[in-house]
Ligand binder design. Structure first.
Ligand code: BGC
Length: 496
C-alpha cells in the first residue's frame, strides 16, 4: 500500500456516501461490448461467501477469543494481541464542568479543532465552534516536526478567532484535550508514547516519542499558550462525550477508517496495573482491538492485501472490518472476477487494478441502489474503476459488496459481545442486569446501513432476545470532540 492510496480512503469519522452519479456516465456504458455472462464468476463468489461465512458458532468463538485476549492483555503488557492500554481516565464527565476548553482531534486525513464554553449542570454546553483542516498528503509520510508544526499553526489560527461567548478567565492558560487516534502507551493523563502509526500514516521520528511533548514543542514554536490537560484515544473521548449525556454508557466503539473500542473496567481486574491509583475504583481501558486476530474468517484476498500493506501481519481485525479496507477487499475480488471470469468483458482496466481505487463509501453507495437496472452501481463502477458493466455483472458486484460488509459488520458485533462478556464475568449484572449503552461513532457505522444492520443482528443473535434487550447500541455523533474538551475540563489544573 503506498501513501498515494491513502488519499482515496476516507478519513476517520469523515466517511460520506458519495452524491448520486450523473446519468451522463450511464450513457457511456456499452452493453454490447461487455460480457453478458457471470457464469465464470459464480464459483469465485461461492468460495468467497464460504470463506467469509460468519454463522453463530464462528461469531461465538470470536467473542470468546476477544474476551480471553482482553484478560491476557490486562494481565501483562504484551500478553495478547490486544494492548489493553490504560487511559489514566478514571473519572468521566459529570455535567458540572465549567469554563472554556479546547479539543484537538488527530486520527485520519483530517484533523479537527474545537472550542466549547461549558456552563455546568444548568447551562451545559453554552457554545461550541469546530473547524476541520485536511492534512496534506505529504505530511502523512513526512517528519514529525512538519506534521506537528502544521497542526499547531492551524490551532493558533483557530485560537486567534476566539471571542463572543468564549471567555478565558484572566491569568489562566488555555487548556485542551488532545484526541490522538493511534496506539499510544499512555504514561499519565497528559503524556504518552506513540507505539506505532496505523491507517496508512508513516510519519518518521514519532514512534517512541511522547506525543504531547511533540505537540507542546510545536505550540511553543507558534508562541501558543495552551496546555494539554488530557491525551486521549478517540474511543475514550467518545465514551466521555456520550457519558456527559447518559450515565449508562460503558463502552465506546469507533468504526471509521480504523476501528477500536474502549470500556469501563474495575481496577481490581487489571493485574498489570501496579502503582496507579484510581479514586473511583474504575478506569477506562483502550483495547486497541484493531490488532485482534484469533479465529477471523480470512480469505486469500485479505491475506494478499495484508501482505502488501505497510504493516503486514498487524491490525488484522481492523483490516477485516474497518472503512479503510472494505472497498479494497471488494476491489481485489472484482479483479479476480474480471481476470479469470471476464466479468467486465475481455479488457481489465488499469484503474480497477489500482489499489484502493474502490473506496468503502463506493461499496456502500452501490448497496443503496434499488433501481431495476442498478444504474448507480454501473456509474460508480465506471467512475471508480473504469469498468463497463451489464446488469448481471452489477448484481454480482453488489453480492460481493454485501459479502464483505456482512462479514465486517457481524465480526464487529461479535467483538462488542466479547467486551460485554468480559465485563459481565468481572462483575455479574454489570452488563446484562440492567440497561447499558454502547456508544458508536465513525463514518462506516454512520453511513453504511447494511453494515450497521449486520452488526446489530450479530449482537442480537449472540445474546438472544432477553439479554440483547438491555444492550443499547447508540450512535454518538462526533462525541469525541466534545468528549476530549470535557476530559480537559475534568483534568484541568484549575478549579472549575
Ligand atoms: C487506531 C486506534 C483508533 C482507531 C479508530 C486505529 O487504527 O490504532 O487508536 O482508536 O483506529 O480511529
Amino acid at each position: 500500500m503506498s501513501t498515494n492510496t491513502i488519499t482515496s480512503s476516507p478519513a476517520v469519522r469523515s466517511f460520506r456516501s458519495p452524491t448520486p452519479r450523473s446519468p451522463r456516465v450511464t450513457m457511456l456504458l456499452r452493453p454490447t461490448t461487455v460480457s453478458s455472462t457471470t457464469a465464470a464468476s459464480v464459483p469465485i463468489l461461492t468460495k468467497l461467501q464460504k470463506d467469509c461465512a460468519t454463522p453463530v458458532p464462528v461469531l461465538r468463538n470470536i467473542a470468546d477469543n476477544m474476551a480471553a485476549d482482553m484478560r491476557a492483555g490486562l494481565a501483562v503488557d504484551g500478553g495478547s494481541d490486544l494492548k489493553m492500554i490504560l487511559s489514566f481516565v478514571d473519572s468521566l464527565p459529570t455535567g458540572n464542568e465549567r469554563g472554556l476548553f479546547y479539543a484537538l482531534d488527530l486520527g485520519g486525513t483530517n484533523f479537527r479543532v474545537l472550542r466549547t464554553q461549558l456552563g455546568g449542570r444548568d447551562e451545559r454546553v453554552i457554545d461550541t465552534e469546530v473547524e476541520q483542516v485536511s492534512i496534506p498528503q505529504d505530511l502523512m509520510s513526512g517528519t514529525s516536526e512538519e506534521l506537528f508544526d502544521f497542526i499547531a499553526s492551524a490551532l493558533a489560527k483557530f485560537v486567534k478567532k476566539e471571542g463572543g461567548k468564549f471567555v478565558l478567565p484572566t491569568g489562566r492558560s488555555r487548556e485542551t484535550g488532545f484526541t490522538f487516534s493511534f496506539p499510544v502507551k499512555q504514561t499519565s493523563i497528559d503524556s504518552g508514547i506513540l507505539i506505532k502509526w496505523t491507517k496508512g500514516f508513516s510519519v518518521s521520528g514519532t514512534p517512541g516519542k511522547d506525543i504531547v511533548a511533540c505537540l507542546n514543542e510545536a505550540m511553543g514554536r507558534q508562541g501558543l499558550d495552551m496546555r494539554v490537560s488530557a491525551l486521549v484515544n478517540d474511543t475514550v473521548a467518545t465514551l466521555a462525550g456520550a457519558r456527559y449525556w447518559d450515565d449508562e454508557v460503558m463502552v465506546a466503539v469507533i468504526l471509521g477508517t480504523g476501528t477500536n473500542a474502549c470500556y469501563v473496567e474495575s481496577v481490581e481486574a487489571i493485574p498489570k496495573l501496579q502503582s496507579h491509583k484510581s479514586t473511583s475504583g474504575k478506569t477506562i481501558i483502550n483495547t486497541e482491538w484493531g490488532a485482534f486476530s484469533k479465529g477471523l474468517p480470512l480469505t486469500e484476498y485479505d491475506r494478499a492485501m495484508d501482505a502488501e500493506s505497510i504493516n503486514p501481519g498487524e491490525q488484522l481485525f481492523e483490516k477485516t472490518i474497518s472503512g479503510m479496507y472494505l472497498g479494497e477487499i471488494v476491489r481485489r475480488v472484482l479483479v479476480r472476477m474480471a481476470e479469470t471470469g471476464s466479468l467486465f468483458g475481455k479488457h481489465v482496466p488499469e484503474k480497477l487494478q489500482t489499489p484502493f481505487a474502490l473506496g468503502t463509501p463506493n461499496i456502500s453507495s452501490m448497496q443503496q441502489d434499488t433501481s431495476e437496472d442498478l444504474e448507480a452501481v454501473g456509474s460508480i463502477l465506471y467512475e471508480a474503476t473504469g469498468v463497463d458493466s451489464n446488469l448481471d455483472a452489477r448484481k454480482m458486484v453488489v453480492e460481493v459488496c454485501d459479502t464483505i460488509a456482512k462479514r465486517g459488520g457481524r465480526l464487529a458485533g461479535a467483538g462488542i459481545v466479547g467486551i460485554l462478556q468480559k465485563m459481565e464475568e468481572e462483575s455479574k449484572g454489570v452488563v446484562f442486569g440492567k440497561r447499558m449503552v454502547v456508544a458508536m461513532d465513525g463514518g462506516l457505522y454512520e453511513h453504511y446501513p447494511q453494515y450497521k444492520r449486520y452488526l446489530k443482528n450479530a449482537v442480537a443473535e449472540l445474546l438472544g432476545p432477553e439479554l440483547s434487550s438491555h444492550v443499547v447500541i447508540e450512535h454518538s455523533k462526533d462525541g469525541s470532540g466534545i468528549g476530549a474538551a470535557l476530559l480537559a475540563a475534568t483534568n484541568s489544573i484549575y478549579e472549575h
